[in-house]
Design a protein around this ligand. Structure first.
Ligand code: SAM
Ligand code: DTB
Ligand code: SF4
Length: 317
C-alpha cells in the first residue's frame, strides 16, 4: 500500500486535473477500490441548530447578516428539539448527525449549551459532528472531552480566491482552527464549495491545501454551490459536470483513505451524475430532506438511487 502524501505540488495536482477524463476516473476508481468497498456509502444528516444573523460575509451563504436573503433568524435550539430530530434521522438510517450553527465562533457560554446535544446524540449510538465556526485550542479540547467525533470546518475555496469570497476572516484563520481540532484529536471534516467563481487552478490549489495538512481530513465534503437569492454569488456560473467529477476524482487520488462526501447541490444532479461521482471516489452523502437552510433530495429518492446503483449504507469507520 502506498504511503499517504502531504507534499503535493500545485504542478502535480494540475497535471491530475489535466488528464483525459477516462484516465483520471480509472486512476481514482482503482485507488478507491484499494481503500474502500466501492459499493458502500456513509450517510450523515444535518441540522441547523442556530439560524441566520451571522456576522461573517461569506458571499454564498443564506445566513450572513450582510445580505437580505429573506431567511428568518432563529436562536439556538433547545436540546430536546435537537434530540428529537436526531432520533428521526437515526430512524431513517443516518449514522452521523451533524449540527451547524451560524456563528463566526462560539462563545464559551454557547458552547456549554451545545455539549448536552453532542452527549445526547452520542448516547443514541450515532457519530457526532458539529460545525460552529472558528475555535480556540481550549474550546477544541472541551469538545473532545464532551465526546465529539468530528468537527466540520471548510476551507471553502483556494487561498488565492479566498478574499473574493469572504473578507471578514482569512484563509489562515481556517487553517488555525483545523490545527486546533487536530491537536485535540477530533476527526477533521474539511472541504469546499465549487461554483465560487474559481478556475481549475483554484480547485487544484484547494485540494492541495487539504491534502498537505499535517494529517489528511478524515472527511472531505465537496459541495456544489446552492445559489441563494440575495447573496453576491446568486448568479455565478456553476462548474461543468465533468469539472465537478474531476475534483472528486482528484480528491480521491490525493487523499486515498479519506471519506469524500458528495455534499450540497445534489438536487441539481441526476442519477448518472451522482453515479459518476460515486465511481470517481465519493463515498458519503448528506441524507434527509434538508441541508442547513436549503433542500436536499428526500430520503425516498435516495433509497431508490442506492437500490438502482447497488449501494449499501455503511458507517465506514
Ligand atoms: N458558520 C460555520 C462556518 O462557516 O464554519 C458553520 C456553518 S457554515 C453554513 C458550514 C459550511 O456550509 C460552509 O463552510 C460552506 O462550505 C457550506 N455552505 C454554506 N452555504 C452554502 C451554499 N449555499 N452552498 C453550498 N455550501 C454552502
Ligand atoms: C458542508 O460541507 N456542507 C454542509 C455542511 N458541511 C455543514 C452545509 C451545506 C449547506 C448548503 C446550504 C444551506 O442549506 O444553507
Ligand atoms: Fe456565517 Fe458560516 Fe454562513 Fe459564513 S458560512 S456566513 S460563517 S454561517
Amino acid at each position: 500500500m502506498k504511503e499517504l502524501r502531504n507534499d503535493w505540488t500545485l504542478t502535480e495536482v494540475e497535471a491530475l486535473f489535466a488528464l483525459p477524463f477516462n484516465d483520471l476516473l480509472f486512476q481514482a476508481h482503482t485507488i478507491h477500490r484499494e481503500n474502500f468497498d466501492p459499493n458502500q456509502v456513509q450517510v450523515s444528516s444535518l441540522l441547523n441548530i442556530k439560524t441566520g444573523a451571522c456576522p461573517e460575509d461569506c458571499s454564498y451563504c443564506s445566513q450572513s447578516s450582510k445580505y437580505d436573503t429573506g431567511l428568518e433568524r432563529e436562536k439556538l435550539m433547545e436540546v430536546d428539539t435537537v434530540l428529537e430530530q436526531a432520533q428521526e434521522a437515526k430512524n431513517k438510517g443516518a449514522t452521523r448527525f451533524c449540527m451547524g450553527a451560524a456563528w463566526r465562533n462560539p462563545t464559551d457560554k454557547s458552547l456549554d449549551k451545545v455539549i448536552p446535544m453532542i452527549q445526547g446524540v452520542k448516547a443514541m449510538g450515532m457519530e457526532t459532528c458539529v460545525t460552529l465556526g472558528m475555535l480556540t485550542q481550549a474550546q477544541a479540547f472541551t469538545l473532545k472531552e464532551a465526546g465529539l467525533d468530528y468537527y466540520n470546518h471548510n476551507i471553502d475555496t483556494s487561498k488565492e480566491n479566498y478574499s473574493n469570497v469572504i473578507t471578514t476572516r482569512n484563509f489562515q484563520d481556517r487553517l488555525d482552527t483545523l490545527e486546533s481540532v487536530q491537536n485535540a484529536d477530533i476527526h477533521v471534516c474539511s472541504g469546499g464549495i465549487l461554483g465560487l467563481g474559481e478556475g481549475q487552478t483554484d480547485r487544484a490549489s484547494m485540494l492541495r491545501s487539504l491534502a498537505n495538512l499535517a494529517q489528511h481530513p478524515d472527511s472531505v465534503p465537496l459541495n456544489l454551490l446552492v445559489p441563494i437569492p440575495g447573496t453576491p454569488f446568486e448568479k455565478v456560473a456553476p462548474p461543468t459536470e465533468s469539472e465537478f467529477v474531476r475534483t472528486i476524482a482528484a480528491a480521491r487520488i490525493m487523499m486515498p483513505k479519506s471519506v469524500v462526501r458528495l455534499s450540497a447541490g445534489r438536487t441539481e444532479m441526476g442519477e448518472a451524475m451522482q453515479a459518476l461521482c460515486f465511481f470517481a471516489g465519493a463515498n458519503s452523502i448528506f441524507y434527509g430532506e434538508q441541508l442547513l437552510t436549503t433542500d436536499n433530495p428526500d430520503t425516498n429518492t435516495d433509497q431508490i438511487l442506492f437500490e438502482r446503483l447497488g449501494i449499501n449504507q455503511a458507517s465506514l469507520v
